[in-house]
Design a protein around this ligand. Structure first.
Ligand code: NAP
Length: 215
């Protein structure tokens, strides 16, 4: 599968690139700056022993059928408007967990008018199929190819076919289990788990993920 990761030069994008490339996909990192994308792709390819390429975000969006979105929430709207035409008909996997860091409090979920980052995304790229997933998987764990992942990925979407494809993609990454999280309106609950995990990580000095029991 040809996959591009917009904002792929950050920790979460790099981590996903590692695992998706290890699972046999052709992966492209997108950036506002093509040179940065190429540099990070070369560095990641040589340090992990995979092959990923780098392009600017618009070219990366054109180049793929499945597009991950791994920019900070504050950057989502502007980025989506700038590449909207290149995303038409494609599957967008939204990994964004809107949060801020408050002094003496820690990570805190941001209120999103649309309900969630994924729903806001759906309202902008109306011709794309938006799926929400991977918000609860630590970038550090993803980027370490020797670390055995052991967690669940909740997948939400209003498009059943796109959801199935993304659940299969999750399954193709060793030791990740996809969980059907229902429609996109459930994404806000998944997104809001992430600041909780960040605060738990600080307390226990770990990279926590989630597991659903009883399935
Ligand atoms: N880090 C984690 O462990 C983790 C876990 C789960 C989910 N997430 C979610 O995944 C997303 C990415 O996380 P991250 O830690 O990788 O974030 P990040 O490092 O802050 O940002 C990722 C990339 O986004 C691009 N970017 C930054 N500001 C931008 C702007 N104003 N406009 C356009 N592009 C911009 C940058 O790429 P260029 O400068 O190269 O364009 C940057 O490398 C976030 O929404 C986060 O909530 C993160």
């Amino acid at each position: 599968m040809r996959i591009s990761i917009l904002g792929g030069t950050g920790p979460e994008g790099r981590g996903l690139a590692v695992r998706l490339a290890m699972a046999g996909n052709a992966v492209c990192l997108g950036s506002r700056d093509e040179t940065r994308a190429i540099d990070v792709a070369i560095e990641l390819s040589s340090s992990v022993g995979i092959h990923v390429i780098g392009l600017d975000n618009a070219a990366a969006a054109k180049d793929a059928d499945v597009i991950f979105l791994t920019v900070p929430y504050q950057a989502q709207s502007e980025l989506l408007h700038s590449v909207k035409d290149d995303l038409a008909g494609k599957i967008i996997i939204n990994v964004i967990a809107p949060m801020e860091f408050v002094k003496n409090v820690g990570a805190k979920a941001l209120d999103v008018k649309a309900g969630s980052a994924a729903e806001e995304c759906r309202d902008i790229v109306t011709d794309s199929k938006v799926v929400s997933a991977f918000q609860n998987v630590s970038a550090e764990d993803l980027e370490n190819p020797d670390l055995e992942l052991d967690e669940d990925v909740i997948v939400c979407s209003d498009d059943p076919e796109a959801k199935t494809l993304v659940m299969d993609l999750v399954k193709s990454i060793e030791h990740l289990r996809p969980i059907d999280g229902g429609g996109l309106s459930n994404s806000k609950y998944v997104e809001q788990i992430t600041p909780l995990l960040v605060n738990i990580n600080r307390i226990y000095k770990i990279h926590a993920g989630i597991k659903i029991t009883g399935i």
